[in-house]
Unconditional design. Structure first.
Lengths: 339, 533, 291
């Protein structure tokens, strides 16, 4: 199958999924709260009949459900996700403002997670059932068992408050002003503007939250790397390579790893989507002004439109990330081309 | 270093030129070195537009970004002092106030201050119908008599009017600039005025500083107004960073990342006392923490019953709150303890669980009831509302009232509170007017009582309403004192509120910061701060 | 923290083969260790009213913020409540909440999955698509949305977790039923004239229920972490509750007073780790490839 056909097919899969996401979001928005007006308007507006009527009309609340959905979809296509109860801004504008911070954090965190996870996985698989293997597996278990907010608090207390090794909450030191906006990623923008001090500072603020989040995914990556590497190590061609007298680590790295990493790559899209979600707890602790903190603040203030906006955004990113992974997969796994 | 050993004549000209150039660069960069102060603060504001903003953070910022006609001394409210008004006169019937403005004042835009700006600012405050607009209610009309004279006619005599004018809501704004950015002072300003977004990012005042940017919930920056008519402040730039958590403020202060922390807890301040790098200010507090019990039975439920409200006042363990917040006192009413005649701790209520139970039984709730307590989830000036709410819950459990806690995000909770939708709520109050009349907000006919607790004039007897009316207008000090004493006694018996604690103010700063003065109206005056060498 | 929804829900159904389970326990000490820790926590929570030194809500203002000492073994919090007592009582909230999520999910997910798998055709197709949609949503954020809409309390947090996690159970059951349908004994029952509902409940139920129970028991750790996460965010039990996640959330304000949040944190971590030990052990035991 040629690439364009494959991509086209994936797009065709993705479209109904995105549509379906809007259906689920719509259903939750309408089915779960006792009264959508209560959930979507600030308390002070509830007594104002004019505002309530305007809201009813805008979202077609007097219409049958399927018409309501179409109205909802129509508003959505125009980038209208409603107005945040807390900030009084359109949710869409808020999300655009807060997304870059989260993307920056999640991207660094996934690299940290990959670095730690793959290393742990290899070590664990090569020295299977040794002390090292057990140590790594216990470490991976801690990664998936410790609440991410506990890791964050321990990191903050020990590495920041006690030792002062890394920067604390926030994205940037108090004295520095933001780098000129290009991508919204402070590290990238600072580099583009040639502001070294700002770059170093922004990077230092990234260390702790990305380490915490990275550790949290590294456990999963390590497990997958380990088991898929073990599987690969028992396949015939590795045996052949071994039989040809190649040294063990050469075998592992040259032949095993590239194949063993395919499942890890497959999972990257899912992991990235989950990292964005896991960022909620991390961002809440690190005062990281991203969509996670936005969602947290929205949830604690029963800001329903805002939180539905975040869910939809992350679900959408999840679909896109998996789409990209699928395309990557096309290059990684030759078998697909012959399907 | 080696240069001194070399005779000047042997120094190559080029080298000398380079040295001079280098010196010039160093010299100029020294001249450019800014004096910056970083304030760690738990931000609570929805705006900086003086006609909309009405909260602690905006009070602090607008105090230095704008000027009012009159003001108080730096540290107290003992007298009224001129600011933008050089002088003023009051008509014999107490209805017309005529102010003569200074002639040397210009706005940050360069426009000179004119009487018309005052008229515009006060009319706009009144007509945007925002939170602080009620302060302009006593004003009947405004007139610019000439470029520098403005006459304000009141609806009725109001001895507290000058003290009220010192509130930053009465900041004088640049009419031309505000109009150019969508502002209007017309009757329909509530809908037509769109200047708020501009004024949230830029100030249009005459103050020592100019608001240069605001990123909500993140940081606020002020820069020096080089053309300020008064004394130039020490710092070129003031950065106020939002640090909601006291623990984080403490770490930032101790590590020197911030110069001043406004919201440390009393415990943290005590722990910092031995630290040579840190200076500490302790003083009597401005904020009265209180419970609100809505008198509208549809909203307040059992709490709407005056007997229940009274039972709640007997149920609270006042001593316990004093133990929680070192240096705090128990107020005797919702009248700020710093005001003349306010009931202090000596006249405060005490806990009486038996009495509370009797009152509940009398109201028909012998077996108690369940109620939800709403409060903003925040730490303000070092006092965690969540901690107090959990204590309230425990106190009321002792008399049979089961309290469910419902914390909310500050902005959202504020909306519910201000629109009177909360049945049982926990809030704090700092006086808008440093005058006993501020207390009348908490009695029938007042803003807080009426709009927020739905405690309406028709719920009180005529005698009390007459007394409240007199309290607004009485000018004789002794008669005033007597009136306010009676009203506070009335409140202890009948009020829809239960004031329970006034925490102390505690601020910690780097030891090199000087000039910290705390004022009961605007809190910290940023323009008075400086750094020693 | 396992906010991660397994990407392809247990693709290899966990088949429980009888007979050699106990023999393998010796080779998987982690299962035994995990089980012991879990049992210990259950016993401690059940006995909390008798063994806790104080009531979890009892305030001692004069003794607040004390580090661990002889009177308060694990210290006190900002209102002078005994941390040890609160940690012990906390298990009485978190463990039942985690269990409730799992039990409801097992029943609800099983029903949907079983019907889809059994009826097949268009219903199966719809169910699969719907589960895919739900899985595209980030677990914790969807749960936050649901609790935000319903209002924060324990019951609503449990409902939220059911809404976001039922899909795994449904997909697992569906796979099992489809596999079982082809079995000879089902064919035989059908040949003997068994009606559909009878088939579903009498023959397919027992054969699909064991793996779902096993999967559920492995999933408790995740459910507990998610519940604690919601409660950490203020979307679970109310502020004074001794729930572990709730107790940790105060740490943002008191990171110097580590005992206030570290002990409830270790309580969650040890419990979840114990469940994961069991899960890992079982997985290894049943899936020979990774042995």
């Amino acid at each position: 199958m040629p690439l364009y056909k494959y991509v086209l097919r994936r797009v065709l899969f993705a479209v109904p999924l995105v549509l379906g996401i809007t259906v689920v979001a719509f259903l939750i928005a309408n089915a779960v709260p006792a009264d959508p007006i209560n959930a979507n308007l600030p308390q002070s507006a509830l007594g104002n009949e004019r505002l309530v009527a305007a809201f009813r009309e805008k979202w077609g609340l007097d219409q049958p459900l399927h018409v309501q959905y179409l109205t909802y979809l129509g508003n959505l296509v125009q980038g209208d996700m409603g107005v945040s109860i807390r900030t009084n801004n359109p949710v869409f504008d808020d999300l655009r403002q807060f997304l870059p911070a989260t993307v920056e954090l999640a991207t660094v965190a996934i690299f940290v997670g990959l670095l730690l996870g793959v290393t742990f996985g290899i070590v664990s698989a090569v020295w299977r059932n040794s002390v090292v293997d057990y140590a790594v597996r216990v470490l991976a278990l801690i990664g998936v068992s410790f609440p991410v907010f506990l890791l964050a608090l321990i990191g903050l207390t020990v590495l920041h408050a006690q030792l002062g090794w890394v920067a604390g909450p926030g994205r940037l030191g108090f004295l520095l002003s933001r780098p000129p906006h290009v991508t919204g990623l402070f590290t990238v923008d600072a580099l583009l503007a040639g502001q070294w001090a700002t770059f170093r500072n922004a990077a230092s603020h990234l260390v702790l939250p990305s380490l915490v989040l990275g550790l949290y995914v590294s456990g999963i990556i390590a497990r997958i790397t380990r088991s898929s590497l073990l599987e690969v190590l028992y396949t015939d061609y590795i045996r052949t390579a071994r039989a040809k007298g190649q040294r063990e680590h050469a075998v592992v790295l040259r032949h095993g790893l590239s194949n063993a990493l395919i499942p890890v790559v497959t999972l990257l899209g899912v992991l990235y989507g989950n990292l964005l979600a896991g960022a909620v707890l991390t961002e809440a602790i690190f005062a990281w002004p991203g969509i996670g903190r936005y969602a947290y603040r929205a949830a604690t203030s029963q800001d329903f439109p805002a939180i539905m906006g975040v869910s939809m955004l992350i679900a959408f990113i999840y679909v896109v990330a998996n789409f990209i992974v699928d395309v990557l997969y096309f290059f990684l796994d030759p078998r697909i081309r012959y399907v | 270093m080696h240069m001194s050993a070399v005779r000047p004549a042997s120094v190559p000209r080029a080298f000398l030129a380079a040295a001079v150039a280098l010196f010039a660069i160093v010299g100029s960069s020294q001249a450019q070195a800014e004096e910056v102060i970083v304030i760690g603060h738990a931000e609570i504001t929805e705006a900086y537009d003086p006609a909309h903003a009405f909260n602690p953070t905006s009070g602090m910022v607008n105090r230095v970004a704008y000027d009012t006609l009159v003001t108080f001394p730096d540290a107290d409210a003992s007298s009224i002092e001129p600011l933008l008004a050089a002088s003023w006169s009051i008509s014999d019937d107490g209805l017309v106030y005529t102010f003569t403005l200074r002639d040397d004042v210009a706005f940050v835009s360069g426009n000179p201050l004119r009487a018309e700006d005052v008229v515009f600012s006060f009319n706009r405050l009144k007509n945007v119908r925002a939170q602080p607009s009620f302060l302009a209610d006593p004003i009947d009309s405004l007139e610019a008599l000439d470029e520098r004279t403005v006459a304000i006619t009141l609806v009725g005599p109001r001895p507290s009017f000058l003290a009220e004018l010192a509130n930053t809501a009465f900041s004088v704004t640049d009419a031309e600039v505000v109009r150019a950015n969508g502002g209007t002072d017309a009757d329909d300003a509530a809908e037509a005025d769109t200047a708020m977004s501009y004024l949230n990012q830029n100030s249009a005042g005459t103050g020592a500083y100019r608001l240069s940017s605001w990123s909500p919930q993140d940081r606020t920056e002020l820069v020096r107004n080089h053309d300020y008519w008064g004394e130039q402040p020490f710092f070129d730039r003031v950065i106020i960073v939002n640090i909601p958590e006291a623990a984080t403020q403490r770490v930032a202060l101790v590590s020197g990342n911030i110069d001043l922390a406004t919201d440390l807890t009393p415990d943290q301040v005590v722990a910092l006392e031995g630290n040579d790098d840190i200076g500490i200010f302790l003083g009597p507090g401005r904020w009265t923490h209180f419970l609100l019990m809505n008198r509208d039975a549809d909203i307040g439920g059992p709490m709407a019953d005056p007997l229940v409200a009274r039972a709640v006042r007997y149920a609270l363990d006042y001593q316990g709150y004093r133990d929680l917040w070192a240096g705090s006192v128990t107020p005797g009413s919702n009248m700020w303890i710093g005001l003349a005649g306010a009931f202090g701790q000596d006249r405060a209520m005490g806990r009486d669980v038996e009495r509370a139970r009797e009152l509940l039984a009398e109201a028909g709730y012998a077996d108690g009831f369940e109620v939800t307590l709403q409060y903003p989830d925040m730490t303000f000036a070092g006092v965690s509302l969540s901690t107090n709410a959990q204590k309230i819950q425990a106190d009321l459990a002792d008399v049979g009232i089961t309290v469910r806690l419902l914390p909310g995000e500050v902005q959202v909770a504020l909306e519910g509170y201000r629109s009177g939708q909360q049945g049982f709520a926990y809030w704090f109050w700092g006086p808008d007017k440093l005058d006993p009349v501020d207390f009348l907000e908490f009695l029938p006919g007042g803003k807080v009582a009426g709009e927020r607790a739905r405690w309406m004039p028709e719920m009180a007897d005529d005698e009390t309403m007459a007394m409240i009316e007199r309290a607004y207008q009485e000018t004789d000090d002794d008669a005033r004192l007597e009136l306010f004493t009676l009203l506070q006694e009335y409140a202890q018996e009948h009020s829809a509120f239960a004031p329970f604690n006034v925490p102390a103010v505690q601020t910690a700063f780097r030891a090199d910061i000087e000039g910290y003065v705390w004022h009961p109206q605007w809190g910290l005056d940023l323009a008075l701060l400086s750094r020693s060498n | 923290m396992s906010l991660i929804t397994p990407p392809a829900t247990p693709s290899t159904p966990l088949t429980v083969r009888r007979g050699h389970r106990l023999r393998h326990l010796r080779r998987h000490p982690e299962i035994v260790v995990g089980a012991l820790v879990v049992i210990a926590w259950i016993v401690l929570s059940l006995l909390a009213p008798w063994i806790a030194p104080y009531h979890p809500l009892e305030q001692h203002i004069a003794d607040r913020l004390q580090p661990p000492n002889d009177t308060y073994r694990l210290g006190t919090d900002e209102l002078g409540r005994d941390i040890l007592s609160r940690v012990l009582y906390g298990g009485r909230i978190t463990i039942p909440a985690g269990l409730a999520v799992i039990v409801i999910n097992s029943i609800f997910g099983w029903l949907i999955g079983a019907v889809a798998g059994f009826v097949g055709g268009i219903w199966d197709e719809i169910m699969m698509r719907v589960t895919e949609l739900f899985m595209a949503f980030p677990t914790i954020i969807l749960a936050m949305a649901v609790t935000a809409a319903l209002g924060p309390d324990i019951r609503n947090a449990v409902i939220a977790l059911v809404i976001v996690r039922w899909t795994n159970y449904a997909r697992l059951t569906r796979g099992l039923i489809i596999e079982a349908k082809t079995n000879e004994y089902v064919e035989a029952a059908r040949a003997l004239g068994a009606k559909n509902p009878y088939l579903l409940f009498r023959t397919l139920l027992p054969n699909s229920i064991a793996p779902v129970v096993v999967y559920g028991s492995l999933d408790i750790g995740n459910a507990i972490l998610l519940f604690a996460g919601l409660s950490f965010l203020g979307l679970g039990p109310e502020p004074s509750s001794p729930e572990w996640g709730r107790m940790i959330s105060i740490g943002i304000h008191f990171f110097d007073q580590w005992w206030m949040w570290l002990f409830p944190g270790l309580a969650i971590a040890s419990l979840v780790m114990a469940f994961n030990f069991i899960g890992d052990g079982l997985r290894d035991m049943l899936d020979p490839r990774t042995r």
